[in-house]
Ligand binder design. Structure first.
Ligand SMILES: O=P(O)(O)OC[C@@H](O)[C@H]1O[C@@H](OP(=O)(O)O)[C@@H](O)[C@@H](O)[C@@H]1O
Ligand SMILES: [Mg+2]
Ligand SMILES: [Zn+2]
Length: 176
């Protein structure tokens, strides 16, 4: 199974240090939407694993989060593709859940959903926590320079991390 797992904020859509608190603040990266559609049409399953501590912080609610994900699905479908499972962690940093990246709980749930092993599956993110979550379950850590990616690139990266400008470049590599 060709499975690709994506972080959301900073990879699929623009990120903000003030969180993405409303549908209006959810600004897709156009080339990322096109990349997801291209991958999907080429037989890839594209899943998402996203930290959404803004829920626990009271910045927005589940209905708002669902509206962002409905919009994401709509935009990809308009280009003939589809998004697979979207896993999110609604918890705050102090709740000790197993799903908040850098813990790999969401990646494990995605693998279980599709009945696949995570070893070597690419997980594309913009933050250190994404890369650490990947390593925790033997996924291939992939950093993109969009979102917080440039900031992450300025720090020491885990050995073996692949770096691409953006999701479109990741898709071009996978589809070459
Ligand atoms: O990149 P993904 O995982 O899709 O989502 C990240 C967001 O949930 C937010 O995560 C927060 O981190 P804290 O949760 O406050 O540590 C901050 O980095 C925000 O800027 C960011 O929008
Ligand atoms: Mg991110
Ligand atoms: Zn969680």
């Amino acid at each position: 199974m060709k499975l690709l797992i994506l972080d959301r904020d900073g990879v699929i859509n623009e990120d903000s240090d003030d969180y993405i608190k409303s549908l209006e603040e959810w600004i897709p990266i156009p080339s990322a939407i096109a990349a997801i559609a291209r991958l999907s049409k080429a037989g890839w399953t594209v899943a998402v694993a996203t930290n959404q501590s803004g829920i626990a912080r009271g910045y927005y609610n589940l209905a708002t989060l669902d509206s962002m994900h409905a919009r994401l699905r709509e935009l990809v479908a308009e280009q003939g593709g589809e998004i697979g499972i979207i896993q999110f962690c609604p918890h705050g940093p102090d709740e000790g859940c197993d799903c908040r990246k850098p813990r790999p709980g969401m990646l494990k749930r995605i693998a279980a959903h599709y009945g696949v092993d995570l070893a070597g599956i690419w997980f594309v993110g913009d933050s250190s926590g994404d890369l650490e979550a990947a390593l925790a379950v033997d996924c291939q850590p992939v950093l993109v320079k969009t979102g917080k990616g440039e900031r992450t690139l300025a720090k020491t990266l885990p050995a073996g991390t692949l770096v691409f400008d953006d999701l479109a470049a990741v898709a071009a590599h996978l589809l070459q």
